[in-house]
Write a protein that binds this ligand. Structure first.
Ligand code: DAS
Length: 363
């Protein structure tokens, strides 16, 4: 009798253990099921790069590692969100074209309206990351977090920064507190607005800066906010990626000592609808270049005065150059590459110089 009772007791224990294990599994599945759903769109760059040895932190091939390997390389992602990957491109970002911007923007906009997407992360090369971030910030109408992330070292290097950058980016994209803050850039523990952030250094992990400071930090799985954007973006923007099929050609000409007007004329001859002047100081234009810019303006080309030195200041209208008289546009605090993005979107909607100037003050 005693044997029988001990056998049935063992049997009861066994089935209880089985039930608990099943419950545990169910709880784990349930826990994962309630985690935010984050889409990871991979485009290439160093974060997908590979070097020959662990000592190669600066010389390597970008855009080699596919999105599923990026996700598998950071198992901690599963603790933050349900992450699904999509390989949109596999390129170094210096090779981004307007078509890449439009394709990526339309994909982000399509995913953003899906109920099974709470946030979007885009892995991207660092060279033009700031341009893509601003483009999406201006043209994707969603308040869901859209976060761009890259790395300064390939995953094969000692002290690679990509894995933690990616975990931090997914953390922010999965965080409801990131909603409504526009397109964000997460690099080196910092959270930046896609509008302000720019790449300041070519070979340090602390490469990205915002002239007016980051919005916050993400540390050990938590987002900490200290500022919020004040300029128009995403759902408050008059630019809508779902209604844009092409972007006009807009080029940037660099100002410097002994500069001539050749570049400006060549860009216009090549079909540029606007030329961004990356001027010295306050976006100043050399006396010898003014006649050519006035002629281009008379031909219908928009002239936008940005500056080499806008980090932490802004181009003032009607200072050395009579912008009202010349009908030129002042880029305010936007650097030349950001000014180009805004100008392309504005001209894609037929903006005249007065509208364009308003938009530089509002976005
Ligand atoms: N060539 C750079 C790019 O793809 C590599 C990087 O820094 O991401 O932008």
């Amino acid at each position: 009798m005693r044997l029988l009772s001990s056998l049935s007791f063992a049997g009861v224990l066994k089935s209880l253990a089985g039930a608990l294990a099943a419950l545990g599994l169910a709880a784990a599945v349930q826990a994962q099921a309630v985690k935010p759903q984050v889409m990871l769109l991979a485009t290439g760059g160093t974060i997908a790069g590979a070097g020959a040895t662990a000592a190669n932190s600066a010389s390597y091939q970008a855009a080699k590692v596919p999105v599923d390997k990026l996700i598998a390389g950071v198992p901690e992602l599963a603790g933050v969100a349900q992450v699904r990957g999509e390989q949109v491109f596999q390129i170094a970002s210096e090779s981004f074209t307007n078509e890449h911007l439009l394709t990526l923007g339309q994909r982000v906009a399509a995913l953003a309206v899906q109920a099974d997407v709470q946030g979007i992360v885009i892995t991207h090369g660092t060279d033009t990351l700031e341009e893509t971030a601003y483009f999406l910030h201006l043209s994707v109408h969603t308040d869901k977090p859209v976060v761009l992330v890259g790395s300064m070292r390939p995953g094969t290097a000692l002290s690679a920064d990509g894995a933690l950058n990616l975990l931090n980016a997914v953390t922010v994209a999965a965080d409801a507190s990131a909603r409504g803050k526009g397109v964000l850039v997460v690099m080196n523990d910092e959270i930046h607005t896609g509008r302000d952030v720019t790449k300041m250094v070519n070979i340090k992990t602390e490469a990205f800066k915002s002239p007016w400071g980051p919005l916050g930090m993400v540390v050990e799985g938590k987002s900490h906010w200290f500022r919020a954007p004040v300029k128009r973006h995403t759902t408050g923007s008059e630019f809508d990626i779902t209604r844009i099929r092409t972007l006009p050609r807009v080029d940037i000409a660099y100002g410097h000592g002994n500069v001539g007007d050749t570049a400006y004329k060549a860009f216009a001859a090549a079909g540029a609808k606007a030329v961004i002047h990356a001027g010295t100081g306050n976006g100043s234009v050399a006396a010898g270049v003014v006649p050519a810019l006035r002629e281009l303006r008379a031909q219908g080309v928009q002239i936008v005065r940005s500056a080499r030195v806008v980090g932490g200041g802004f181009v003032i209208r009607n200072a050395e150059q009579p912008d009202d008289q010349y009908d030129w546009v002042a880029a305010h605090d936007l650097n030349p590459q950001k000014a180009r993005i805004l100008t392309m979107l504005a001209l894609s909607q037929g903006a005249d110089s007065k509208t364009l100037q308003r938009q530089f003050m509002e976005y």
